[in-house]
Ligand binder design. Sequence first.
Ligand code: CP
Length: 324
Amino acid sequence: MTGGDIQFDRQGRLRHLLTLEGLSRQTILEILDLAESFISVGEREIKKVPLLRGKTILNLFFESSTRTRTTFEIAGKRLSADVINLNVNASAASKGETLLDTVRNLEAMHTDLFVVRHAESGVAYLVASHVPAHVHVINAGDGSHAHPTQALLDAFTIRRHKRAFNNLKVAIVGDMLHSRVARSQIQVLTTLGVRDLRVVAPKTLLPLKVDRLGVRPFTDLHAGIEGVDVIIALRLQRERMHGALIPSAQEYFDLFGLTPERLALAKPDAIVMHPGPINRGLEIDSEVADGSQSVILSQVTNGIAVRMAVMALILGPSVEARSG
Ligand code: CP
Protein backbone atom coordinates (compact mmCIF):
# COMPACT_ATOMS: atom_id res chain seq x y z
CA MET A 1 0.00 0.00 0.00
CA THR A 2 1.50 3.33 -1.01
CA GLY A 3 -1.43 5.47 -2.10
CA GLY A 4 0.74 6.84 -4.90
CA ASP A 5 -1.45 5.33 -7.63
CA ILE A 6 -4.56 7.29 -6.72
CA GLN A 7 -2.94 10.51 -5.57
CA PHE A 8 -3.03 12.16 -8.98
CA ASP A 9 -5.90 12.79 -11.38
CA ARG A 10 -5.76 12.07 -15.12
CA GLN A 11 -4.18 15.47 -15.78
CA GLY A 12 -1.42 14.68 -13.27
CA ARG A 13 -2.69 17.14 -10.64
CA LEU A 14 -2.49 16.24 -6.96
CA ARG A 15 -5.95 14.95 -6.02
CA HIS A 16 -5.25 13.41 -2.60
CA LEU A 17 -2.23 13.57 -0.29
CA LEU A 18 -1.84 10.11 1.27
CA THR A 19 1.92 9.56 1.26
CA LEU A 20 5.09 11.34 0.13
CA GLU A 21 6.33 8.16 -1.52
CA GLY A 22 6.64 8.89 -5.21
CA LEU A 23 5.91 12.61 -4.87
CA SER A 24 8.28 14.52 -7.15
CA ARG A 25 10.80 17.08 -5.96
CA GLN A 26 8.96 19.62 -8.11
CA THR A 27 5.61 18.99 -6.35
CA ILE A 28 7.25 19.12 -2.91
CA LEU A 29 8.98 22.40 -3.75
CA GLU A 30 5.71 23.79 -5.11
CA ILE A 31 4.09 23.04 -1.73
CA LEU A 32 7.00 24.55 0.24
CA ASP A 33 7.06 27.68 -1.93
CA LEU A 34 3.30 28.12 -1.67
CA ALA A 35 3.58 27.68 2.12
CA GLU A 36 6.21 30.42 2.18
CA SER A 37 3.69 32.77 0.56
CA PHE A 38 1.10 31.90 3.24
CA ILE A 39 3.38 32.67 6.22
CA SER A 40 2.54 36.37 5.94
CA VAL A 41 -1.20 35.64 6.13
CA GLY A 42 -0.71 34.47 9.72
CA GLU A 43 1.13 37.66 10.58
CA ARG A 44 -1.60 40.03 9.38
CA GLU A 45 -4.31 41.72 11.44
CA ILE A 46 -6.94 39.89 9.38
CA LYS A 47 -5.60 36.38 8.93
CA LYS A 48 -7.70 35.34 5.96
CA VAL A 49 -7.57 34.92 2.19
CA PRO A 50 -10.61 33.96 0.07
CA LEU A 51 -8.99 31.06 -1.83
CA LEU A 52 -11.30 28.28 -0.56
CA ARG A 53 -14.46 30.30 0.02
CA GLY A 54 -17.50 28.05 -0.38
CA LYS A 55 -15.53 24.80 0.16
CA THR A 56 -16.36 22.41 2.99
CA ILE A 57 -13.57 20.61 4.87
CA LEU A 58 -14.29 17.79 7.29
CA ASN A 59 -11.74 16.88 9.96
CA LEU A 60 -12.25 13.18 10.62
CA PHE A 61 -9.94 12.27 13.49
CA PHE A 62 -10.36 8.75 14.87
CA GLU A 63 -7.17 9.12 16.93
CA SER A 64 -6.25 11.90 19.34
CA SER A 65 -4.42 14.96 18.12
CA THR A 66 -3.58 18.45 19.30
CA ARG A 67 -1.31 19.96 16.66
CA THR A 68 -2.49 18.35 13.43
CA ARG A 69 -6.23 18.72 13.97
CA THR A 70 -6.01 22.29 15.21
CA THR A 71 -3.59 23.52 12.54
CA PHE A 72 -5.69 21.90 9.80
CA GLU A 73 -8.73 23.71 11.21
CA ILE A 74 -6.92 27.06 11.41
CA ALA A 75 -5.45 26.54 7.93
CA GLY A 76 -8.87 25.82 6.42
CA LYS A 77 -10.40 28.84 8.13
CA ARG A 78 -7.56 31.11 7.01
CA LEU A 79 -8.35 30.00 3.46
CA SER A 80 -12.04 30.95 4.13
CA ALA A 81 -13.34 27.37 3.88
CA ASP A 82 -16.05 26.03 6.19
CA VAL A 83 -14.32 23.58 8.52
CA ILE A 84 -16.20 21.00 10.55
CA ASN A 85 -14.61 18.79 13.21
CA LEU A 86 -16.51 15.54 13.61
CA ASN A 87 -16.53 14.50 17.24
CA VAL A 88 -15.94 10.82 16.55
CA ASN A 89 -16.70 9.74 20.13
CA ALA A 90 -20.12 11.39 19.95
CA SER A 91 -20.80 10.30 16.35
CA ALA A 92 -22.81 7.34 15.06
CA ALA A 93 -19.48 5.46 14.76
CA SER A 94 -20.02 4.67 18.46
CA LYS A 95 -23.36 3.01 17.51
CA GLY A 96 -21.72 0.62 15.07
CA GLU A 97 -21.78 2.65 11.85
CA THR A 98 -18.90 1.60 9.60
CA LEU A 99 -16.22 4.08 8.69
CA LEU A 100 -17.22 4.05 5.03
CA ASP A 101 -20.89 4.63 5.91
CA THR A 102 -19.84 7.58 8.05
CA VAL A 103 -17.83 8.94 5.10
CA ARG A 104 -20.73 8.38 2.65
CA ASN A 105 -23.11 10.28 4.92
CA LEU A 106 -20.70 13.18 5.36
CA GLU A 107 -20.11 13.18 1.62
CA ALA A 108 -23.89 13.52 1.13
CA MET A 109 -23.54 16.85 2.97
CA HIS A 110 -21.36 18.07 0.05
CA THR A 111 -18.00 17.75 1.74
CA ASP A 112 -15.15 18.72 -0.60
CA LEU A 113 -12.21 17.50 1.47
CA PHE A 114 -11.75 14.91 4.21
CA VAL A 115 -8.74 15.22 6.52
CA VAL A 116 -8.37 11.76 8.02
CA ARG A 117 -6.41 10.48 11.00
CA HIS A 118 -6.67 6.88 12.13
CA ALA A 119 -4.68 4.45 14.29
CA GLU A 120 -4.73 1.85 11.49
CA SER A 121 -2.36 2.11 8.55
CA GLY A 122 -4.17 2.44 5.22
CA VAL A 123 -7.40 4.09 6.37
CA ALA A 124 -6.84 7.35 4.46
CA TYR A 125 -6.11 5.25 1.37
CA LEU A 126 -9.35 3.29 1.96
CA VAL A 127 -11.40 6.50 2.21
CA ALA A 128 -9.70 7.96 -0.88
CA SER A 129 -10.51 4.84 -2.91
CA HIS A 130 -14.23 5.16 -2.09
CA VAL A 131 -14.94 8.86 -2.60
CA PRO A 132 -16.20 10.28 -5.92
CA ALA A 133 -13.85 12.16 -8.23
CA HIS A 134 -14.69 15.64 -6.92
CA VAL A 135 -13.94 14.73 -3.28
CA HIS A 136 -10.39 14.90 -1.90
CA VAL A 137 -8.58 13.24 1.01
CA ILE A 138 -5.53 14.29 3.04
CA ASN A 139 -3.86 11.77 5.31
CA ALA A 140 -3.33 13.36 8.74
CA GLY A 141 -1.49 10.27 10.04
CA ASP A 142 -2.38 6.58 9.60
CA GLY A 143 -0.96 4.00 12.01
CA SER A 144 2.78 3.70 11.54
CA HIS A 145 2.51 4.23 7.76
CA ALA A 146 2.65 7.94 6.89
CA HIS A 147 2.17 11.50 8.13
CA PRO A 148 2.87 13.49 4.98
CA THR A 149 1.94 17.01 6.11
CA GLN A 150 4.08 16.63 9.26
CA ALA A 151 7.11 15.72 7.15
CA LEU A 152 6.41 18.59 4.76
CA LEU A 153 6.25 21.09 7.61
CA ASP A 154 9.49 19.61 8.98
CA ALA A 155 11.19 20.06 5.59
CA PHE A 156 9.79 23.60 5.41
CA THR A 157 11.19 24.38 8.88
CA ILE A 158 14.60 22.96 7.96
CA ARG A 159 14.68 25.01 4.75
CA ARG A 160 13.81 28.21 6.67
CA HIS A 161 16.80 27.65 8.98
CA LYS A 162 19.34 25.97 6.73
CA ARG A 163 18.40 26.94 3.14
CA ALA A 164 19.89 24.18 0.93
CA PHE A 165 19.39 20.48 1.69
CA ASN A 166 22.33 18.92 -0.22
CA ASN A 167 25.08 19.35 2.33
CA LEU A 168 23.03 18.85 5.46
CA LYS A 169 23.64 16.11 7.99
CA VAL A 170 20.34 15.15 9.57
CA ALA A 171 19.81 12.67 12.43
CA ILE A 172 16.38 11.25 13.27
CA VAL A 173 16.60 9.95 16.83
CA GLY A 174 14.20 7.61 18.59
CA ASP A 175 11.40 5.17 17.97
CA MET A 176 11.85 4.70 14.24
CA LEU A 177 10.06 1.33 14.28
CA HIS A 178 6.60 2.75 15.01
CA SER A 179 7.01 6.22 13.53
CA ARG A 180 4.85 7.28 10.57
CA VAL A 181 6.51 10.68 10.90
CA ALA A 182 10.02 9.24 10.39
CA ARG A 183 8.93 7.26 7.32
CA SER A 184 7.51 10.37 5.71
CA GLN A 185 10.51 12.48 6.80
CA ILE A 186 12.91 10.04 5.14
CA GLN A 187 10.90 10.22 1.92
CA VAL A 188 10.78 14.02 1.80
CA LEU A 189 14.39 14.60 2.88
CA THR A 190 15.88 12.08 0.44
CA THR A 191 13.77 13.53 -2.39
CA LEU A 192 14.99 17.03 -1.48
CA GLY A 193 18.60 15.84 -1.70
CA VAL A 194 19.80 15.24 1.88
CA ARG A 195 22.75 12.90 1.40
CA ASP A 196 23.73 12.28 5.02
CA LEU A 197 20.53 11.09 6.68
CA ARG A 198 20.92 9.03 9.85
CA VAL A 199 18.49 7.16 12.06
CA VAL A 200 19.57 6.62 15.65
CA ALA A 201 17.80 4.16 17.94
CA PRO A 202 18.22 1.00 19.99
CA LYS A 203 18.30 -2.02 17.72
CA THR A 204 14.84 -3.05 18.94
CA LEU A 205 13.37 0.23 17.64
CA LEU A 206 14.99 0.14 14.18
CA PRO A 207 13.04 -1.56 11.36
CA LEU A 208 14.80 -4.49 9.67
CA LYS A 209 16.86 -3.45 6.62
CA VAL A 210 16.27 0.22 7.41
CA ASP A 211 19.34 1.12 5.31
CA ARG A 212 17.28 0.27 2.21
CA LEU A 213 15.34 3.48 2.85
CA GLY A 214 18.48 5.47 2.07
CA VAL A 215 19.52 6.16 5.68
CA ARG A 216 22.51 5.22 7.83
CA PRO A 217 21.48 3.40 11.02
CA PHE A 218 23.26 4.09 14.33
CA THR A 219 22.68 2.37 17.66
CA ASP A 220 25.01 4.77 19.48
CA LEU A 221 23.60 8.26 20.04
CA HIS A 222 26.97 9.96 20.34
CA ALA A 223 28.21 8.64 16.99
CA GLY A 224 24.82 9.30 15.36
CA ILE A 225 24.54 12.99 16.21
CA GLU A 226 28.19 14.02 15.98
CA GLY A 227 28.58 17.00 13.63
CA VAL A 228 24.96 17.07 12.44
CA ASP A 229 23.06 20.19 11.38
CA VAL A 230 19.62 18.96 12.36
CA ILE A 231 18.43 16.60 15.12
CA ILE A 232 14.85 15.36 14.92
CA ALA A 233 13.81 13.66 18.16
CA LEU A 234 10.91 11.21 17.96
CA ARG A 235 8.37 10.30 20.60
CA LEU A 236 8.52 6.82 22.09
CA GLN A 237 5.23 5.39 20.78
CA ARG A 238 4.41 3.17 23.73
CA GLU A 239 0.79 2.75 22.59
CA ARG A 240 2.08 0.91 19.49
CA MET A 241 4.63 -1.27 21.31
CA HIS A 242 3.77 -4.92 21.77
CA GLY A 243 6.12 -6.33 24.39
CA ALA A 244 9.13 -4.78 26.06
CA LEU A 245 11.22 -3.08 23.36
CA ILE A 246 13.09 -0.88 25.82
CA PRO A 247 14.39 -2.01 29.23
CA SER A 248 12.91 0.99 31.10
CA ALA A 249 12.11 4.65 30.55
CA GLN A 250 15.11 5.67 32.68
CA GLU A 251 17.50 3.44 30.77
CA TYR A 252 16.16 4.75 27.45
CA PHE A 253 16.74 8.34 28.57
CA ASP A 254 20.22 7.43 29.87
CA LEU A 255 21.21 6.05 26.47
CA PHE A 256 19.12 8.01 23.94
CA GLY A 257 17.71 11.08 25.72
CA LEU A 258 18.74 14.37 24.13
CA THR A 259 20.53 16.35 26.85
CA PRO A 260 22.51 19.63 26.58
CA GLU A 261 25.80 17.66 26.86
CA ARG A 262 24.83 15.42 23.95
CA LEU A 263 23.50 18.30 21.87
CA ALA A 264 27.00 19.81 22.15
CA LEU A 265 28.24 16.96 19.90
CA ALA A 266 26.22 18.38 16.98
CA LYS A 267 27.26 21.52 15.09
CA PRO A 268 27.07 24.66 17.25
CA ASP A 269 24.25 26.01 15.07
CA ALA A 270 22.36 22.72 14.90
CA ILE A 271 18.60 22.94 15.26
CA VAL A 272 16.51 20.59 17.40
CA MET A 273 13.13 19.43 16.15
CA HIS A 274 10.36 17.20 17.47
CA PRO A 275 6.96 16.55 15.87
CA GLY A 276 5.29 16.49 19.29
CA PRO A 277 3.83 15.55 21.63
CA ILE A 278 7.12 15.60 23.53
CA ASN A 279 7.85 13.41 26.54
CA ARG A 280 10.11 15.54 28.69
CA GLY A 281 12.76 13.51 30.47
CA LEU A 282 12.17 10.50 28.23
CA GLU A 283 13.36 11.36 24.71
CA ILE A 284 14.33 14.97 25.35
CA ASP A 285 15.54 17.02 28.31
CA SER A 286 13.51 20.17 29.08
CA GLU A 287 16.67 22.29 28.79
CA VAL A 288 16.99 21.18 25.14
CA ALA A 289 13.27 21.28 24.32
CA ASP A 290 13.01 24.86 25.61
CA GLY A 291 16.56 25.93 24.66
CA SER A 292 17.80 28.38 22.05
CA GLN A 293 18.46 25.67 19.44
CA SER A 294 14.93 24.26 19.66
CA VAL A 295 12.57 25.08 16.77
CA ILE A 296 9.81 22.80 18.05
CA LEU A 297 7.19 25.54 18.38
CA SER A 298 8.16 27.04 15.01
CA GLN A 299 7.31 23.65 13.52
CA VAL A 300 3.79 24.06 14.91
CA THR A 301 3.41 27.58 13.51
CA ASN A 302 4.81 26.52 10.13
CA GLY A 303 2.31 23.65 10.08
CA ILE A 304 -0.50 26.12 9.44
CA ALA A 305 1.14 27.59 6.31
CA VAL A 306 2.15 24.16 5.00
CA ARG A 307 -1.37 22.75 5.50
CA MET A 308 -2.82 25.85 3.83
CA ALA A 309 -0.52 25.15 0.88
CA VAL A 310 -1.52 21.49 0.59
CA MET A 311 -5.23 22.30 0.79
CA ALA A 312 -4.88 25.19 -1.68
CA LEU A 313 -3.03 22.97 -4.13
CA ILE A 314 -5.57 20.15 -3.88
CA LEU A 315 -8.76 22.14 -3.61
CA GLY A 316 -8.03 25.63 -4.86
CA PRO A 317 -7.95 27.17 -8.32
CA SER A 318 -5.13 26.05 -10.61
CA VAL A 319 -1.70 27.64 -10.30
CA GLU A 320 -2.40 29.72 -13.44
CA ALA A 321 -5.60 31.09 -11.87
CA ARG A 322 -3.83 31.79 -8.56
CA SER A 323 -1.06 33.76 -10.17
CA GLY A 324 -3.32 35.45 -12.73
N1 CP B 1 2.77 15.83 15.38
C1 CP B 1 1.50 15.37 15.57
O1 CP B 1 0.95 14.63 14.74
O2 CP B 1 0.91 15.81 16.71
P1 CP B 1 -0.60 15.55 17.12
O3 CP B 1 -0.73 14.08 17.41
O4 CP B 1 -0.88 16.42 18.30
O5 CP B 1 -1.46 15.91 15.94
